[in-house]
Design a protein around this ligand. Structure first.
Ligand code: ADP
Length: 343
């Protein structure tokens, strides 16, 4: 049961093909992790200090939108520490019993990676507190008057938690992490570097200008950059091209429905719905989700972070608002603020 759960790592919106690709393109060492120099430097220091003290690392919480490298960092940390990593996710651990199996199998210094840790059931979360704090778990045997609590000592381990929504994490859980890092969207230069590195691994030549063009349309996200690269590689292969040039990249991106801003159909649908159905907003997330026939969480986790960051969307106390940039994106003139009642 537990083994089954362990395998049940969620890869969010990824297909099986993406999953395999991601594994082969996943950086294994800190020096291969592009960008976030400050975080990389701090992790390097923590790892060095822990190794010198011959102690496990403190528990680490990684936050940020999907596809920015949280899972990769967890694997890199295990690799650099020379320890094993066990991966699971919040929704995969339904009962405290599932967690007992995982925790008791950990060796000294092992990394336990819990993706989407904000989705751990409350009861499991509470069970995790003493495990994180003093490497002990209490379990109850028997029932009723014969019930006994037994303390079980665990081997000291490091929990690496990943979350797309720090706001949903309870204060007691957050407080038990010693180290926090927030991963933000990547710059075009960093994404172009990732694309060039991935092309090397995939064995396809790519021109600098093509890498930059793909980077510009990757929504600041390495996972998307790699995914687009792979689609474009197929395109170049069918066209019998030896290398990906800018023109091929643009043609392939257009045929994939990725526009100049890097938006795909769903991004455009969100913005169009706010503009046409709600006069530019404000619109509450639940109404927006209902109009789009999507889950509110999908919009909050996957779609809107980049639209907010890139300045196409604004979040106000009354709901989401399409900005001037969003109107311009569709070739529309921006109505006067008082007409669309923006604020
Ligand atoms: P998350 O766990 O935040 O959803 P992942 O760690 O699964 O993101 O990253 C998705 C993919 O993006 C990885 O497989 C890897 O190929 C690539 N990637 C992410 N961050 C970086 C980075 N900083 N440098 C190089 N590749 C990266």
């Amino acid at each position: 049961m537990v083994q089954e759960k362990l395998k049940n790592i969620t890869y969010k919106e990824e297909t099986e093909e993406d999953m395999i690709l991601n594994l082969s393109l996943r950086p294994m060492r800190l020096e291969d992790f592009v960008g976030h120099k400050e975080i990389v430097k701090n992790i390097q220091i923590s790892i060095l200090a822990a190794k010198q003290r011959k102690e496990p690392l403190e528990h680490i919480l990684l936050s940020g939108p999907p596809g920015l490298g949280k899972t990769s960092l967890a694997h890199i940390i295990a690799h650099e520490m020379g320890t094993r990593i066990t991966s699971t996710s919040g929704p995969a651990i339904e009962r405290a019993g599932d967690l007992i199996g995982i925790l008791t199998n950990l060796e000294k210094g092992d990394i336990l990676f819990i993706d989407e840790i904000h989705r751990l059931p409350k009861i499991v979360e509470e069970f995790l507190y003493p495990a994180m704090e003093s490497f002990q778990i209490d379990f109850v045997i028997d029932k009723g008057p014969y019930a006994k609590t037994i303390k079980f000592n665990l081997k000291p381990f490091t929990l690496v938690g990943a979350t797309t929504r720090t706001g949903l994490l309870s204060a007691p859980l957050r407080g038990r992490f010693g180290i926090f890092y927030h991963l933000d969207f990547y710059s075009i230069e960093e994404l172009a570097q990732i694309i060039k590195n991935s092309s090397c691994i995939l064995g396809i030549k790519i021109e600098e200008s093509a890498a930059v063009e793909i980077a510009k349309r990757s929504r600041g996200t390495p996972r998307i950059a790699n995914r687009l690269l792979r689609r474009i590689r197929d395109y170049a292969q069918v066209a019998k091209l030896k290398r990906i040039d800018k023109e091929t990249a643009i043609q392939a991106l257009e045929s994939l429905g990725i526009d100049k801003a890097g938006f795909d159909e769903i991004d455009r649908k969100v913005l169009r719905t706010i503009i046409f159905n709600y006069g530019g907003g404000p619109v509450g997330i639940e109404s927006l989700a209902a109009s789009l026939n999507e889950e509110a969480d999908t919009i909050i986790d996957m779609i809107e972070p980049y639209l907010l960051k890139a300045g196409y969307l604004k979040r106000t106390s009354r709901g989401r608002v399409a900005t001037k940039l969003a109107f311009q994106h569709f070739g529309l003139s921006y109505p006067k603020e008082d007409q669309v009642k923006l604020f």
